[in-house]
Design a protein. Structure first.
Length: 169
């Protein structure tokens, strides 16, 4: 059975924008089953989800699997950072920017790439690729789909994930 690793943005847009619990209870019932059958959740993702007490409580009540310790993947995380630094696709800000730089240990994105690579998981993210990446101007933002492409990791969108796991509401 395929296993998936969901970017924090998948959870946040679900509870905050698209599938608010008061309007889409069936979504959350079915999503609970999907999480337990198909999804691995690392602690770094859980730590990034801080704006919704409702969701954190829902997750605690509905996710029966162990939360993965992302720090167990430090060596692979370092490899991801080395790729960003040495690929020529990114400038220094992609690593060092205080808010979004991948060298910040509190940013989930490079940990997700590292875990997906190590565990052969499918990464699910709604980030969009940088259209002109590698065409002369190194960018200051590393994006999950671009890193996945270059590191041989399968990365799909939320709707592709829903199709693969058969979510129908």
């Amino acid at each position: 059975m395929k296993k998936y690793l969901l970017d924090t943005n998948i959870y946040i847009v679900s509870y905050d924008r698209y599938y608010r619990n008061e309007y889409f209870p069936t979504y959350w019932e079915k999503f609970s089953t999907i999480l337990n059958q198909h999804v691995v959740i690392p602690k770094i993702v859980k730590d990034e989800i801080t704006k919704s007490d409702w969701f954190l409580e829902w997750l605690s009540d509905n996710y029966g699997e162990d939360v993965l310790n992302h720090r167990d993947y430090s060596q692979q995380w370092q490899t991801v950072l080395e790729f960003v630094q040495s690929s020529g696709l990114y400038n220094d800000k992609a690593l060092t920017d205080q808010a979004k730089g991948w060298a910040n240990e509190k940013i989930a994105d490079p940990w997700l790439v590292a875990i997906a690579k190590e565990e052969n998981l499918i990464l699910v993210s709604d980030e969009t690729k940088i259209a002109n990446l590698g065409q002369g101007n190194p960018t200051s933002k590393a994006k999950i789909p671009d890193a996945c492409d270059r590191l041989g990791i399968q990365c799909i969108t939320r709707n592709e994930f829903f199709g693969e796991v058969g979510l129908l509401v």
